[in-house]
Design a protein around this ligand. Sequence first.
Ligand SMILES: [Zn+2]
Length: 318
Amino acid sequence: MAEKIPLIWTNDDVGIGNAESLLGMVEFLKQFRIPGSFAIVPIRIKDKPEYIYEDTDLRKALDKALEDGHELFQHSVTHACVENGLADIRMYAPHLMGYEVAKEHSRKRMYYERYWQEDAIIDQIQWGKEVWEKTFGEPSIGYRPGCGSFSVGMFQALEKLGFKWTSVTDLVSFTGWMWISENGKDYPFEMTPPVRGYKKYNNIIEIPGLDDVSFRVEAGDEKRFIELGWRQWQECVKNNWPYVMISHWHGLERNGGTGYKIHRILLDRILNTNQAEPVTLTQYYEGLIGGKYPLAESDEVGEASEIPYWHVWRWRKK
Ligand SMILES: [Zn+2]
């Protein structure tokens, strides 16, 4: 019998005002007896900053999630996409973040880059961390930026602030995201490694996310997204990769609950194979550093990185 594949159900964007949606997902996961890893946004900015510990309904729902064995970890600080760096560049596609945002981020690049420098981004992430600790009594060791954004400064800040892992600063597949768009309907199946966790910046481990097959799916179009998720599962089984699902509470609920419908059928199918080992992101992280799961090769910055051919450092000793 083949090795079991880590099945990691992750979810984004619960924050102030989303108690009911969180409880809905907790209820949903109960029938499958799998843990969820929920990325929670600590601060909402409206007229002024609001903190998750101020929302009593949300606090109760968060407690309930923890009681049921789910994991909560920090999702950005305020969830402004540009807060942690430039978003995954594919996110600037016309139907996702869109051209106007791409233009704004390009034209104001100097301005934003200032806020991605170490001193500024440490203060920003520290702000979220303080709110997190006040809410939960202990820090989050995991961090997921919004919109797949990141910068070297973000990783430097996370390292200084004691975070151990990030998730979804790498997206393995954009197929699900593209299929919901007008101009991406024929986007091919893709799974670009690394799919396993790996050391992305010194000792900080990135756990890439596969795709979101439940984002804004129209009613009646669920089947091909189920098949996409299933095909990704089969690839993971074949390659002994972890199956890291991405979902959003608003994506699950949208269009009369098409996302829930997709997850219900897909999870049933996957769990029926008896090849899934449901774990949280932190359990997977612990397995990676403890040698239970293999790490992918590192190919990013940090001490082990290779200097590009065009840089003088390669030709002169640093
Ligand atoms: Zn998000």
